[in-house]
Design a protein around this ligand. Structure first.
Ligand code: HEC
Length: 88
């Protein structure tokens, strides 16, 4: 998937709110098992079509911030930074 962004990919300030729970490297939260680790960086790269709506609308039943208040460019920038995070 090709998207354009203003983000410098490594430092996008609005993504700091995500780091509270997910960590600055995205690895504070493992969505799967220790043997088959999946972090934000992993899912954003492997499955962008599922990850991007989750960032905008959040998964049901998950205690996560809804960032739908941000404009589209901010969300694209956050998603770009997510893709730049460590995958393993
Ligand atoms: C208050 C804590 C909290 C904050 C802040 C938070 N998250 Fe989450 N996030 C969660 C939890 C809990 C889950 C669900 C984890 C699971 O399913 O095991 C989750 C899941 C996700 C998923 C889905 C992973 C999957 O299962 O495919 C993505 C993507 C994600 N977060 C991105 C973000 C982004 C981007 C931000 C900042 C805009 C953010 N999160 C901020 C707690 C948070």
């Amino acid at each position: 998937m090709k998207i354009s962004t203003n983000a410098s990919a490594v430092e996008y300030p609005n993504a700091d709110c995500c780091a509270v729970c997910h960590g600055f490297d995205g690895k504070a939260m493992n969505f799967k098992t220790p043997e088959n680790a999946k972090y934000i960086g992993t899912v954003a790269k492997e499955n962008p079509q599922e990850t991007s709506p989750k960032i905008i609308a959040v998964q049901l039943g998950v205690p996560m911030v809804v960032v739908g208040v941000l404009d589209t460019q901010d969300l694209v920038d956050i998603f770009t930074q997510a893709q730049a995070l460590s995958q393993r």
